[in-house]
Design a protein around this ligand. Structure first.
Ligand code: NAG
Ligand code: NAG
Ligand code: NAG
Ligand code: NAG
Ligand code: NAG
Ligand code: NAG
Ligand code: NAG
Ligand code: NAG
Ligand code: FE2
Length: 507
């Protein structure tokens, strides 16, 4: 809900306050209502969802915002302040509508102090052909003493950080002026590693009963350290296995096999993930944070779900009883909902406005990895690939295997003979090397025949630049020193239709 603050106060006064709206002056701020973990998500080109956490429930969370940081004259509110039994906080979500596209606003979540006035820039209108750059990388976890750091436990992570290395978060922050939003296609925080970290002697205590508290502690440390990025740039997320993983349950310690019964609630059935984020599925016909799409300038972005809701009968890579014991979903209301949605979404794209179409999945199907625990999602390939090919999707971002791998454009395992020079098949890149407690994975040697470049010793993230309607560049940036380790440009032969954009005054 959105209103002009000044106006609504006048109306409320005149009508002798039928209103239940708590204005900022009526609301008592305490330590428990102080906003934490501010984060943004696009909601169409004239909206933005502002989310943040508090220790206590807010009856009517609100956000003040405006063009001028010294006069946040507008107010938006909602009644969404949600939590789950093992959580220590509430997740507040307020959707702001009626904003100007591609415009910088300032905002302050309810009870924010003077240091908590953040910036949000709305999405570019579809058809705006101005160049822009985004940052992408799946499988980004906690950095620091209880996550990825310079030391590991006795059986801990591979590739510890070098003593002078910047982390991916530091790298992203130092290059913040270059990217407009961060896209994180699954595996967020890795708080589900709590038992593994304890069992490997990385954390001092081994106390299974403390699991829920430790899980929430790792999760909150991650959310806190992401805040400088997510409070000022949209942070678009998708589902990964570690957002609903009882991998820990399969861990045997001193001969005791732990199963899903020890998993905190936030860790099962995507409960934490569903509470914490609000992706724009309401405005794109998708479902929750599981599948949705959004436009930004000349590009249509699609987030898919490889973890549940695939095909007839809700097949999923980690169906009940599988090694990872995910036992999650379904989230659609009928078996083929995600696939039907993808078909409809692709059919509705106006390529004159958004010539670029990019999809992100968590679990890959073209990658140089062993197929342990359904790492290679062949059933995802079966249902998604024909639609992605038919609709000439330009790029598929994959995650899940913790390294970087740039492939050729591919259709049903066949390399497109055009390469990057106007291919008719989607281009595939696996980018899942930002880092987490367990470090990096080794790619499988020899690499698959379709691989052009692979890197499994350096942490990094992807920087994708849309130059115009025919050229898009993908760079893999080393987090340790911000150098570009791999760069490649995709060319598509098509008419740019920029007259149309100019006519509408988009330049
Ligand atoms: C503002 O609030 C944050 C979060 O509660 C706190 O860390 C910070 O110290 C506060 N700053 C000021 C100036 O009060
Ligand atoms: C890290 O930086 C310090 C201070 O500049 C330097 O003395 C040290 O040799 C560096 N270590 C490595 C491993 O590069
Ligand atoms: C480990 O357990 C001890 C004794 O229960 C407790 O005092 C300490 O705070 C725990 N340490 C951590 C890091 O959880
Ligand atoms: C899981 O572990 C608990 C406690 O150790 C045990 O009671 C339960 O039977 C186990 N469940 C399964 C499905 O193995
Ligand atoms: C997961 O949550 C969804 C949505 O609430 C529910 O429909 C589904 O039954 C749950 N799945 C499991 C395995 O608990
Ligand atoms: C990977 O494993 C899954 C589950 O066993 C199987 O369905 C799929 O066909 C396998 N894919 C490949 C490429 O081996
Ligand atoms: C930057 O980091 C990469 C990956 O760690 C390394 O290979 C490269 O030599 C570094 N470059 C410079 C200029 O330090
Ligand atoms: C599109 O961008 C590429 C890369 O910057 C450039 O080489 C090309 O000339 C541009 N095309 C047009 C029509 O401006
Ligand atoms: Fe994963």
């Amino acid at each position: 809900m959105v209103r002009d603050w000044t106006k609504s106060m006048l109306v409320a006064t005149a009508a002798c306050a039928v209103t239940a709206v708590a204005s900022p002056t009526e609301f008592r701020c305490t330590e428990d209502t102080a906003p934490m973990q501010a984060r943004l998500a696009y909601s169409g080109d004239n909206g933005m969802t502002v989310s943040w956490n508090t220790y206590s429930k807010l009856q009517q969370p609100h956000v003040r915002y405006g063009r001028n940081p010294h006069a946040l004259s507008h107010l938006a509110d909602s009644d969404v302040s949600v939590t789950y039994p093992t959580s220590t906080t509430y997740n507040n979500h307020v959707k702001i509508t009626g904003l100007e596209p591609n415009t910088m606003y300032y905002y302050q979540p309810q009870c924010g102090n003077s240091t908590q006035i953040y910036t949000m820039k709305t999405a570019r209108v579809p058809g705006d052909k101005t160049p822009f750059t985004i940052a992408v990388g799946g499988d980004l976890g906690l950095m620091g003493p209880e996550g990825l750091t310079t030391t590991t436990g006795p059986n801990g992570g591979t590739a510890p950080l070098g003593p002078n290395d910047s982390t991916t978060l530091q790298s992203l922050q130092s290059m913040e002026s270059e990217w407009e939003f961060y896209w994180h296609p699954g595996d967020i925080a890795y708080a589900d590693y709590w038992l593994k970290e304890e069992a490997q002697g990385f954390l001092p205590n081994f106390t299974v009963s403390d699991g829920p508290a430790l899980y929430e502690s790792l999760l909150n440390q991650f959310y806190d350290e992401m805040t400088p990025l997510t409070a000022n740039r949209p942070y678009m997320v998708g589902p990964g296995n570690h957002d609903s993983n009882c991998d820990n349950g399969g861990t045997s310690v001193n001969g005791v096999a732990y199963n899903v019964s020890i998993c905190p609630m936030g860790q099962t059935n995507f409960t934490g993930f569903r509470n914490h984020y609000r992706m724009p599925s309401d405005v794109s016909g998708g479902v929750g944070n599981f599948w949705y799409s959004f436009d930004h300038g000349m590009t249509h972005f699609i987030q898919l779900n490889t973890e549940t809701d695939i095909g007839d009968g809700f097949l999923a890579p980690d169906a009940p009883g599988s090694s990872e014991g995910m036992n999650s979903g379904p989230f659609g209301s009928y078996p083929n909902e995600q696939i039907d949605w993808l078909k409809k979404d692709l059919e509705s794209v106006d390529r004159k406005k958004t010539p670029w179409v990019i999809a992100a999945v968590h679990r890959p199907w073209y990658v140089s990895a062993n197929n342990i625990s359904s790492t290679i999602c062949t059933i995802c390939k079966d249902v998604f690939e024909p639609l992605l090919v038919e609709h000439n999707v330009d790029l598929v971002i994959q995650a899940h295997n913790h390294f970087y791998e740039r492939n050729q454009p591919l259709n049903d395992y066949v390399i497109d003979p055009a390469g990057l020079n106007n291919p008719t098949s989607p281009w595939y890149i696996t980018t899942a090397a930002p880092g987490h407690y367990s470090g990096l994975d080794k790619y499988l040697s020899p690499l698959k025949p379709y691989v052009v470049y692979a890197e499994d010793t350096a942490y990094g993230w992807s920087k994708i630049t849309f130059h115009n309607c025919t050229h898009m560049t993908h760079d893999f940036v080393s987090s340790s020193n911000n150098t570009i380790l791999d760069t490649a440009t995709l060319y598509k032969d098509r008419k740019c239709n920029s007259e149309n954009a100019q006519h509408h005054g988009w330049f």
